[in-house]
Design a protein around this ligand. Structure first.
Ligand SMILES: NC(=O)c1ccc[n+]([C@@H]2O[C@H](COP(=O)([O-])OP(=O)(O)OC[C@H]3O[C@@H](n4cnc5c(N)ncnc54)[C@H](O)[C@@H]3O)[C@@H](O)[C@H]2O)c1
Ligand SMILES: O=C(O)C[C@H](O)C(=O)O
Length: 758
């Protein structure tokens, strides 16, 4: 039973090579492995009527392991090929990793197989492979060969063309390596023996050295030699089988090997090549692989020069391959384990390195998919809940969010963004069976946890502080605040005008006014005139009382339906009354008299305690000697006062006096304040003209039915309108007046009737 394996079997070389191996009757089992399409190629070849049983393998389900198990011969054309303009060394970046991974698996699953490396750059991939096997302690230099047969095939072809001979008869040894100047054709040793001119030698040498480029150029970007390589690979494979299976004696081939394969002769080659570890030489193949290395001898001068030129490049290629493995952390880790645990068996060590193989199973893949899905749900839904700025600029720091976000996913996980990302990292590591990825995920998770230790309390503190902002403001505003001293010591330098401008520019309403007033308080306090409560301080009192009234109304409204409704508006009225009272206690405070009177009137009306307004008016009358003339008070104060005064007179049926006050209020009320103007019209109880009514829509809507009824003398319509609008009229304190107007409607009706009779 002879099992041959092709790794990279679906590629340009892999497919024809597999075909040729299928045609080899010495092979009974052919395993084709590739990361893609290997099963298709296997199915195709399986129909050929030769003994080899063909099976295709892909990476899932330990495909590589299954393909390798029991292998006698392994051929590796896996990796990327050249494109025009590239050297073989340019392929190192990608192919080195591929070969390294395949080598690790071969070390574990088929350490005794004969391995033929085709993947370029062969000068480096063979040392890479050997170094990996060494790490696993399974390296046998007799069983590892870099395939340079294509150079031999080309040398035969090109030389026979020059000689006009049958290429099958011409054999030219090619030694060195497998790239450009490292390829050294020994035309002086061609068989059958022949002579070339120096020109021919040089031309032939150059063509053999750069034959690969000829194909790469001709294929123009679609790859390098594949069919000739498949032939070369299959030929070499068949030579190996002749030696190892058929035990045929005297089989010689040139290939790129580790010179330790034959210690005695290897030393001779090392001496000739300035101690290179790897070299392509003529070897004899036996049942155990390389049984003998033939010495390099009888070189012509020209060939000696070729050898000298090849050595530096070859050395560089070899060193690069060896270093690639010695600097690989996975193998450093292996070495470390090995050195520290000498007692452990080699198998244990291999198991410790083979974590990624353990990860390659379906359950792990399913777990990876679930983690990836769930992790992303957490990450994306957190981002949705927080918004882009909230996510990146700090919900956690409380900078942008008004409140802590508590909807999904924050109601499921406390830190869904962190945990979600960790899940996604872990999922990716598991999907790619990467132990390094898992270690990194654990590392990231630890860092996240540390970050959360710091961030969690910080976030909580910020949100707590947000709750405490009321007390903070209080602390900020107290005149006992620590910074007040420095403000006070500099207050002689403060320009209030400038402060007003700056505050307006930089702060929102009402904070800009607030800051200015606050500074004024401090200045006033510093200059010890706080007690005089000069005129500037009145606005503070206005604002406070006004707001107090509003708050009282709102809170009374909220609790109106309760068993014992609060009487906040009454309490507010008392506070406003106090403000009104202190206006009589100082010259500058008198300027607040009509404002507070107006505010009190409004409040008493709201409380349906209009009678209390009279006390206010009486106080004003008593203090009138000391009060500045009414016209000098702010217009807004005058209008409100006149309006309520008019309203009170109106309710007392003092229509003429009421009319006087209301007209004055109306005139003074700015045009823009339509609502107030309407109110005043209503109270005046005059039948306004259609033109005036059309200017005040609300007024028009409410009073038009009455006015029309009066004009027409339609008492029934009047009564209907009265019933319909009772609530509104009562709320505007005009019900009684309008009801009185019914008399006018009656008068008009009588007049009409009399006219009819006569
Ligand atoms: N030694 C020589 O004389 C010689 C001659 C010709 C080409 N080559 C080299 O052979 C290699 C392959 O050439 P090609 O033309 O067949 O290329 P290709 O791209 O046609 O085929 C390469 C195959 O390798 C497979 N592969 C990639 N990574 C793999 C992995 N980790 N495991 C298994 N398979 C994997 C790819 O899927 C692809 O099917 C190239 O590096 C090329 O330079 C060497
Ligand atoms: O030239 C190549 O890149 C492929 C191969 O090494 C060859 O010699 O044809």
């Amino acid at each position: 039973m002879v099992k041959a394996v092709v790794l990279g079997a679906a590629g340009g070389i892999g497919q024809p090579l597999s075909l040729l191996l299928k045609l080899n009757h010495d092979i009974t089992e052919l395993a084709l492995y590739d990361i893609v399409n290997s099963q298709g190629v296997a199915a195709d070849l399986a129909h050929i009527d030769t003994p080899a049983k063909v099976t295709g393998y892909l990476p899932p389900n330990n495909g590589l392991q299954s393909a390798l198990t029991g292998a006698h011969l392994i051929l590796i054309p896996a990796g990327v090929p050249r494109k025009p303009g590239m050297t073989r060394d340019d392929l190192f970046k990608i192919n080195a990793g591929i070969v390294k991974d395949l080598a690790a698996s071969i070390a574990q699953n088929a350490p005794k197989a004969f391995v033929l490396i085709i993947s370029n750059p062969v000068n480096s991939t063979v040392p890479i492979f050997a170094e990996v096997l060494k790490k696993y302690k399974v390296f046998d230099p007799k069983r590892l060969m870099g395939v340079t047969t294509l150079d031999l095939v080309r040398a035969s072809t090109f030389a026979s063309e020059v000689l006009g001979a049958d290429p099958r008869e011409v054999r030219v040894p090619v030694i060195g390596g497998h790239s450009g100047v490292t390829i050294i054709p020994l035309l002086s040793q061609a068989k059958p023996s022949c002579t070339f001119t120096q020109d021919q030698i040089e031309t032939l040498t150059n063509r053999i050295q750069f034959g690969g480029d000829e194909v790469v150029k001709a294929k123009d970007g679609s790859g390098s030699a594949t069919l000739s390589m498949a032939h070369a690979g299959a030929r070499f494979a068949s030579r190996i089988l002749d030696a190892t299976i058929k035990k045929a004696p005297g089989i010689t081939e040139c290939c790129y090997i580790n010179l330790d394969a034959d210690e005695k002769c290897g030393i001779q080659i090392k001496n000739t090549t300035e101690n290179l570890e790897y070299f392509s030489v003529s070897v004899e193949l036996g049942p155990e692989g390389i049984s003998k290395i033939y010495p390099i001898e009888n070189l012509s001068r020209y060939e000696e020069k070729l050898l000298k030129d090849a050595i530096p490049e070859l050395r560089g290629n070899i060193t690069k391959g060896i270093t690639f493995i010695s600097e690989d952390s996975k193998f450093t880790q292996y070495k470390h384990i090995h050195e520290n645990e000498k007692t452990k068996s080699q198998d244990d060590l291999v198991v410790s390195l083979g974590v990624n193989d353990l990860l390659q199973n379906d359950i792990i893949k399913v777990i990876a998919i679930i983690l990836f899905f769930v992790g992303n749900i957490f990450v994306l839904s957190s981002m949705y809940a927080l918004g882009i700025t909230g996510t990146y600029l700090g919900d956690y720091f409380g900078i942008l969010m008004d409140e802590r976000v508590i909807c999904f996913p924050f109601n499921v996980l406390e830190n869904p963004m962190y945990h979600g990302s960790s899940m996604v990292f872990l999922a990716t590591s598991l999907w790619y069976s990467s132990p390094a990825g898992i270690i990194l995920t654990i590392w990231v998770f630890i860092l996240y946890s540390i970050a959360l230790q710091l961030e969690g309390p910080f976030t909580a503190m910020i949100y707590d502080k947000q709750q405490e902002s009321g007390s903070q403001i209080a602390e900020l505003l107290t005149i006992r605040a620590p910074f007040i001293q420095s403000l006070a010591s500099n207050c002689d330098k403060i320009s209030i005008r400038k402060l007003e401008i700056d505050a307006k520019r930089t702060l929102e309403q009402p904070w800009n006014e607030f800051v200015v007033l606050y500074v004024k308080v401090i200045i006033s306090m510093t200059f010890q005139n706080i007690l005089t409560l000069s005129r500037w301080s009145l606005p503070i009192l206005y604002v406070l009382d006004y707001d107090l009234r509003l708050l009282a109304i709102k809170s009374d409204l909220i609790f109106m339906m309760t068993e014992k409704p609060p009487k906040n508006l009454e309490i507010a009225a008392r506070a406003i009354n106090k403000s009104f009272s202190i206006c009589s206690l100082g010259v500058s405070r008198k300027w607040g008299t009509y404002y507070f009177a107006g505010l009190l009137f409004k409040t008493y009306f709201k409380l349906k305690q209009q009678n209390l307004c009279k006390n206010v008016m009486r106080s004003i009358k008593a203090a009138s000697v000391d009060l500045p003339p009414f016209e000098r008070f702010p217009k807004a104060h005058q209008v409100t006062y006149l309006y309520y005064h008019g309203l009170l007179l109106f309710l007392d049926a003092e229509y003429n006096l009421a009319e006087e006050k209301l007209v004055a209020a109306f005139r003074m009320c700015p045009k823009s304040n339509k609502k107030n103007k309407e109110l005043i019209w209503i109270i005046r109880g005059i039948l306004p003209s259609t033109e005036i009514l059309s200017r005040y829509s609300r007024l028009n809507k409410l009073y038009k039915p009455f006015i029309d009824s009066i004009r027409e003398g339609n008492v029934k319509n009047f009564d209907d309108a009265l019933v319909m609008n009772e609530i509104k009229l009562v709320s505007q304190n005009t019900f009684l007046t309008v009801e009185l107007a019914r008399e006018i409607a009656m008068k008009v009706l009588f007049k009409k009737v009399i006219k009819l009779r006569w």
